[in-house]
Design a protein around this ligand. Structure first.
Ligand code: THU
Length: 161
């Protein structure tokens, strides 16, 4: 048996330590929680996706009475960006959540399906997407989606050997 350890890099920041671009992206993600349609969970998630041309794409979770038909904030933003601007690479994604009358204290992290979609986007545009997870107590900055999804299934697995 050969034990392999996989480590990921997560940088913890306070809001004031971040540069202006990233502060702006977080502010937009927080604002986008207001656009969430989440009557079932009441957990309002906002996403803000910065593209390489400086444009910011907004996303929020969109729920449905048939629960699995809803979509997370992250995928709403990424699919919209990829559909509208297929030749513009995304650079950074900020995520914030509002629940029970306030922004969540600890950063929330994208679900597994969102990680898989974000990884595809990184691969597709041959770039790293910085992930910013907002919490009132701390902010996590993850330099690439690859960090969030080690041992991922990817397009290489579909190639004939
Ligand atoms: N949700 C997101 O939009 N993003 C996440 O990172 C975690 C969860 C949504 C899905 C659902 O509408 C609600 O939050 C509760 O799970």
């Amino acid at each position: 048996m050969n034990l392999k350890k996989i480590e990921i890099n997560v940088c913890e920041y306070s809001f004031s330590e971040l540069d202006n671009d990233l502060q702006q992206l977080i502010a937009t993600a927080k604002d986008n929680t207001k656009k969430s349609y989440s009557p079932y969970s009441k957990f309002a998630v906002g996403a803000a996706l910065l593209l390489e041309n400086g444009q910011i794409i907004s996303g929020s979770n969109q729920e449905n009475a048939a629960y699995p038909s809803g979509l997370c904030a992250e995928r709403t933003a990424v699919f919209y960006a990829n559909a509208m601007y297929p030749s513009v690479a995304p650079k950074a994604l900020a995520i914030a959540a509002f629940y029970n009358g306030s922004f969540v204290e600890e950063p929330i992290s994208p679900c597994g399906s969102c990680r898989q979609v974000l990884l595809e986007t990184e691969t597709r545009y041959k770039t790293n997407i910085q992930i910013l997870l907002y919490g009132e107590n701390r902010i996590y900055l993850i330099p690439s989606v690859k960090q969030l999804l080690p041992l991922a299934f990817n397009e290489q697995n579909l190639k004939k050997e």
